[in-house]
Design a protein around this ligand. Structure first.
Ligand SMILES: NC(=O)c1ccc[n+]([C@@H]2O[C@H](COP(=O)([O-])OP(=O)(O)OC[C@H]3O[C@@H](n4cnc5c(N)ncnc54)[C@H](OP(=O)(O)O)[C@@H]3O)[C@@H](O)[C@H]2O)c1
Length: 286
């Protein structure tokens, strides 16, 4: 086995490096290899002939994508197409991460792995096209969709709420978008069966178990760290943002054992020595 990982400095990529530290792994930074550079990507994959390529690199600025459409499609769709073609040439397995934002969020029940894509944002459309390319070009692939990611090495909702909650007595958070918060430290080890267990190729949904909305998620964050900040529930229409978000982006997992409940992952994250929790524990709070 020899594995190439793109996106090593990302929130998920950095945790994947930790999970795979005892595997024969070569990692790439964006500054070392821009995945939207077809020649460089082909050369990296061709020269190494990896058994597995893991793609945790992506353009992930959901609101930014609305005005940087070209960049989003270049990284999230065209680069995935090129990666799939390069992997086909070297007979490598490609493990690619994708998102709940490929769905429109109108389903009451949530989305199975085979539900039709219908993105409502540029980011969602770019990730959906990347999935489609991969599906059409390379049979030996796994697409792992996940949602509402947070973890030690990236900008995320949990850290934002913690920082704001330190400074405010009340926070207004939307309660009409639902999904499954997912801890990168739970998701990263969940990649192992894809490397070692010969799972059938195709689409998988991997999130922490259970569903919540952003306001309840925020309430759980302040409850665990024992801040008194009141979370005021508001509606999406009262908090306009450049990109539309799906209302119900629950990813139904019909193929694999479930990951642990989202609130258990959150509790562990909040007791880790992340920069924000460290500041809180040093008394830098209200
Ligand atoms: N974050 C979420 O809430 C969420 C939810 C659902 C699904 N996902 C999916 O999960 C995966 C990982 O997301 P994440 O939150 O870990 O993302 P992230 O923290 O934004 O990391 C993305 C990584 O991609 C790299 N990258 C961007 N453009 C590149 C390029 N042209 N060439 C090479 N590398 C490039 C970035 O490099 P730099 O560090 O140099 O910028 C960064 O290391 C993505 O596929 C994302 O769509 C994320």
């Amino acid at each position: 086995m020899n594995i190439l990982l793109f996106g090593k400095n990302g929130m998920l990529g950095s945790e994947l490096c930790e999970t795979l530290k005892d595997f024969p792994l070569e990692t790439f930074l964006q500054e070392g290899l821009d995945i939207s550079d077809r020649e460089a990507l082909f050369s990296a994959i061709r020269s190494r002939k990896p058994t597995h390529v893991i793609n945790a690199a992506a353009y992930t600025n959901v609101d930014g994508a609305e005005t940087h459409q070209e960049e989003a499609f270049l990284v999230n769709a065209e680069a995935v197409k090129n990666m799939a073609e390069a992997c086909r040439a070297t007979n490598s397995i490609l493990i690619h991460f994708s998102t709940d934002y490929v769905f429109d969020g109108t389903s009451k029940a949530g989305y199975r792995e085979d539900a039709p894509r219908n993105p409502i944002s540029v980011y969602g459309a770019s990730k959906a096209l990347g999935e489609e390319y991969l599906h059409n070009i390379l049979p030996n692939h796994y697409i792992i969709r996940t949602s509402w990611l947070y973890g030690p090495n990236g900008k995320n909702f949990v850290d934002t709420i913690l920082s704001l909650a330190k400074k405010s007595t009340e926070l207004r958070v939307v309660d009409d978008q639902i999904g499954s918060p997912t801890f990168t430290c739970d998701l990263a080890p969940a990649i192992l069966p894809f490397l070692t267990d010969h799972l059938p190729f195709g689409m998988y949904h991997r999130t922490n178990d259970g569903v919540t909305n952003w306001a309840e998620f925020a309430e759980e964050i302040v409850r665990v760290v024992q801040l008194n900040t009141k979370i005021i529930h508001i509606k999406t229409k009262d908090f306009p943002r450049p990109a539309k978000r799906p209302q119900n982006s629950t990813l139904l997992n019909t193929k694999l054992p479930r990951l642990r409940p989202w609130n258990e992952g959150l509790s562990d994250y909040l007791t880790m020595n992340s920069p924000v929790t460290l500041r809180l524990s040093k008394g830098d709070s209200r």
